[in-house]
Design a protein around this ligand. Structure first.
Ligand code: IMP
Length: 495
């Protein structure tokens, strides 16, 4: 007979943290969110913000990877794209110079104004450079903004009839302060930078971006001061070429993208990478102590924890496999700590992956042993998320979010599925658009620090050691939510 564990599986939402003593210098401002992402020879790769953006098409593209690294975390570029595209994105993150944008949409002079209006609606941006070829690195020939045409009448006109050609550009500038000085001088919020050799567009600086780019004290950088970027690979032997290319493109960390990491295939891939390259490898996903031990033995540098609990995941429904995230973390953190205590043992950082919607669950996950948190849905909501921004019938701006096991993503390698017998393990849908990650994430981080301060902890390590959690009864959870009161809603004003 199968083994049946008769204790129920628990989710992060079932726990609350008891307050601990907060000393005079223990307030939120003195809490550090620095953490160990994974082991590297001689120590650990640290992050100042314990967050990874998920290796999902709808979440991590170049823009999200750059924002994550600037804000102290790391973005993981998904495996569900060609090797060339994935490596190109790694290059863009590595080459990124704060404030100098090199991946914005450029227009061709022959495009219709109708198509420009669509692009403006889709991206939310109102100023675009025009190049002779329409490509970003073409010769700059004009600028068009939403003020240069009439939305009702000009649909059939072409960009070349409406664009401004008296463009003031910076030549070969790579200093942000100098770019800012020119923008002030020209009285514009936008400065294209061109090459002195052939007037081709090199980058674009937006005034609105300056504040968010000038200072990032927590950014995640490598030894050459370039932003960190991670990339996912599958366990399929065909991905050995992908690994080789990513390493050549100087990816900082490889993440094995597999819904079930306790497999022969994962060990084979980890061992192969480790025998060839000196690069940190994050393995996963596992939800049992045995799965963790298996990956630690295979030589991974961190382990991702979670199965069947992601926001749009249907794995538990269709396959009955998975586990509540709190139970997974508790079982694995105990095994991890035991391994660290053993003679000749080592500390393997844990990444809690999936199902986190806000700082309360983040804090509980960190208390239960996670060193960092991987999130998809949470990051897909920001402007910088890789999914398209669209307007729903109610007129709200939402972002597309689809799971890697959905028909739309068809990431069959993550689920060890056969291409011709594919079944879904995740859905396709929408999440609300929250605005820019640069504006919103600092508040989330402050809430997390405040939660740690109340728990009487100043570091994530202290959360692992000292925090006291309590499982809640359904009535206690009822009390912990808003109850017996209606939130004020401006549409329902009392007469
Ligand atoms: P979320 O933050 O709850 O949306 O979860 C994101 C995580 O879901 C990812 O990091 C993956 O581990 C996992 N995931 C991605 N696609 C699927 C899917 O199709 N089914 C189940 N889990 C998925």
């Amino acid at each position: 007979m199968a083994t049946v564990l008769d204790t129920p599986s628990h989710s992060l939402k079932e726990f609350r943290i008891l307050p601990g003593y907060t000393p005079p210098d223990g307030n939120a401002l003195n809490v550090s969110l620095a953490t160990r992402l994974c082991s590297v020879p001689g120590g650990f790769l640290h992050l100042n913000t314990p967050f990874l953006s998920a290796a999902m098409q709808a979440v991590t593209g170049t823009e999200m990877a750059i924002s994550m690294a600037q804000l102290g975390g790391i973005g993981i570029l998904p495996v569900s794209q060609s090797i060339e595209d994935q490596c190109d994105k790694i290059d863009r993150v590595k080459r990124f110079k704060a404030g100098f944008q090199t991946n914005i949409t450029t227009l061709s002079p022959l495009q219709t104004i109708g198509s420009v209006i669509e692009i403006m609606e889709e991206t939310g941006y109102s100023t675009f450079p025009v190049t002779d070829s329409g490509d970003f690195h073409g010769k700059l020939i004009g600028i068009i903004t939403d003020k240069d045409f009439d939305v009702r009448r000009d649909h059939a006109s072409h960009v070349e009839e409406r664009m401004r050609t008296d463009v003031q550009a910076g030549v070969d500038i790579d200093d942000l302060k100098e770019a800012n000085r020119l923008m002030i001088k020209y009285g514009r919020g936008f400065l294209p930078i061109i090459s002195s050799v052939d007037s081709t567009l090199q980058s674009v600086v937006f005034k609105r971006d300056l504040d968010k780019h000038l200072e990032h004290p927590n950014e995640s950088i490598d030894q050459k001061k370039r932003l960190l970027a991670g990339a996912a690979v599958s366990t399929h032997p065909e991905d050995r070429t992908r690994v080789q290319c990513l390493v050549e493109h100087e990816v900082d960390v490889l993440v094995i993208d597999a819904s079930d990491g306790h497999t022969h295939y994962q060990r084979q891939m980890v061992e192969w990478i480790k025998s060839k390259y000196d690069i940190p490898v994050i393995g996963g996903n596992v939800v049992t102590a045995r799965g963790f031990e298996f990956l630690a033995e295979a030589g991974v540098d961190a382990v991702k924890v979670g199965m069947g609990i992601a926001s749009g995941c249907t794995t538990q429904e269709v396959k009955a496999t998975g586990r509540g995230q709190a139970s997974s973390l508790m079982a694995i953190a105990a095994a991890r700590d035991e391994l660290a205590r053993k003679e000749g043992g080592r500390y393997v950082p844990l990444i809690s992956d999936g199902g986190i919607s806000g700082p309360a669950e983040m804090a509980v996950g960190l208390c239960l042993g996670a060193d960092s948190l991987m999130m998809g849905n949470f990051f897909a909501r920001y402007t910088e998320g890789a999914g398209n921004m669209v307007r729903n019938v109610g007129g709200e701006t939402v972002k597309e979010y689809w799971m890697e096991g959905s028909t739309k993503a068809r990431n069959h390698r993550r689920y060890a599925q056969l291409k011709n017998l594919f079944f879904e393990e995740g859905i396709t849908g929408y999440v609300p658009h929250l605005g820019s990650i640069y504006e919103k994430l600092p508040v989330v981080l402050q809430v997390l620090r405040a939660s740690m301060a109340t728990a009487g902890c100043r570091t994530i390590e202290e959360m692992h050691e000292k925090a006291v959690l309590e499982m809640q009864s359904p009535t206690a959870l009822y009390d912990s939510d808003i109850h017996d009161m209606t939130p004020m809603n401006i549409d329902q004003q009392i007469l």
